[in-house]
Ligand binder design. Structure first.
Ligand SMILES: Nc1ncnc2c1ncn2[C@@H]1O[C@H](COP(=O)(O)OP(=O)(O)OP(=O)(O)O)[C@@H](O)[C@H]1O
Ligand SMILES: [Mg+2]
Length: 354
């Protein structure tokens, strides 16, 4: 039996938001379970995902003081039962307002605690968290400790911003001069640099998705993919069992006190999955995981809203190769959406031409 589930996906112009939309639409193909009615939001009317949902709303940026009120307005208008978050910028505002949103509207915000988010949004805090628990990690230092770090390490090293995404500002440096330059560039653009051990082999990078129950007590699913990147995004992916990588990611997710989705990024060094980044949110590659049999947004909705105990133990081995695609819509539809900040489709096309 199908039941209707009204949900919001934010940041529908990002690959994460679009990944979540793909997962929910994939879940709709099943004969059982929730039939998702998706409302998409974004700060721009030029967000492709807005036009692939039943309805779309242009909302303020996550940093805007009116953001949460505006989201509550969208929840009320659409009678949505859950909010999935597609951008880093919206995580903290929505996590902070979670209780208020749930109380005022009844909608569940699929998000981790502000503490878990803060640990992950800052790569230095992530490193300290892993170190304190003696979990496998890429050795790291902030500029304050650079002398001792340089003395104890071997070049090349990595320099990257503590709060980054999409590989922006990531540099491999061969000596101290290059490290200084890379740090200066990050600082110049308002960032805070982190120096990190270089985890050599590009061919052994993993992205692992874990979902944890809303009370933080149990792992519902974990799925790992070996992947290469392009422009900071997963480009080629091999989804497989990778039991050791998954086990390590599950340990990290539970230690973090996660109450939702976690994505762990690591590289294998001498057989150890050394973690260099943890994102306590859904990731763009959730769509590929869903095709393999682990539909994370669906798992999280069924747990948070329907109160189901979900445990997914198995998935398929798959290879995924990404490519660019386009969404088309009539110019008049776009102009209307831009003016009215609302889209009530359906009037867009993705062509089956590839
Ligand atoms: N210590 C490291 N050694 C080798 N490669 C690394 C290291 N740190 C990062 N990288 C490479 O750079 C990419 C981006 O780095 P990282 O994931 O830390 O930052 P990010 O830009 O915040 O990523 P995301 O967009 O996933 O949030 C990684 O996926 C990896 O390929
Ligand atoms: Mg990353």
């Amino acid at each position: 039996m199908k039941s209707t589930a009204r949900v919001i996906v934010t940041a529908a112009g990002t690959v994460v938001g679009q990944g979540i939309i793909k997962c929910l639409k994939l879940a709709n193909v099943r004969e059982e379970g929730p039939e998702y009615r998706i409302t998409a939001t974004d700060a721009s009317p030029l967000a492709a995902g807005i036009y692939r949902a039943q309805a779309g709303f242009v909302v303020p940026y996550g940093s805007d003081p009116s953001y949460v009120d505006s989201m509550i307005g969208v929840v009320r208008k659409t009678e949505s039962e859950a909010i999935f978050i597609g951008s880093d910028e919206e995580l903290l505002p929505l996590a902070a307002a979670r209780e208020r949103i749930e109380k005022e509207t009844g909608a569940k915000v699929i998000v981790n605690t502000p503490e878990a988010l803060e640990t992950c949004l800052d790569k230095w805090k992530t490193y300290i968290f892993l170190k304190e628990r003696d979990l496998p990690r890429a050795e790291s230092a902030v500029p304050e400790f650079k002398e001792s770090f340089f003395a104890a390490s071997r070049f090349p090293l990595v320099v990257k911003p503590r709060e980054g995404h999409g590989s922006l500002g990531f540099q491999i440096v061969r000596d101290e001069d290059e490290a200084e330059l890379a740090m200066a560039v990050i600082e110049r653009y308002g960032g805070r640099p982190l120096i990190q051990e270089y985890l050599g082999d590009e061919g052994t990078e993993f992205s692992t998705g874990v979902t944890v129950t809303g009370d933080g007590s149990a792992v519902m699913s974990s799925i790992a993919m070996r992947r290469t990147l392009k422009g900071g995004q997963t480009y080629k992916a091999f989804i497989d069992d990778f039991a050791d990588v998954r086990k390590s990611a599950e340990t990290v997710a539970l230690a973090l006190g996660a109450t939702g989705p976690v994505n762990i990024q690591s590289r294998l060094v001498d057989g150890v999955s050394k973690i260099f980044e943890v994102n306590s949110r859904l990731s763009a590659s959730c769509s590929m995981r869903a095709v393999a049999g682990v539909n994370e947004p669906d798992i999280l909705f069924r747990n948070a809203v329907l109160g189901e105990e979900v445990r997914v133990e198995e998935y398929q081995s798959l290879v995924a190769m990404r490519y660019w695609n386009e969404v088309y819509l009539r110019r008049s539809t776009y102009d209307r959406t831009e003016k009215e900040r609302v889209f009530s489709g359906p009037d867009s096309a993705v062509l089956p031409y590839f």
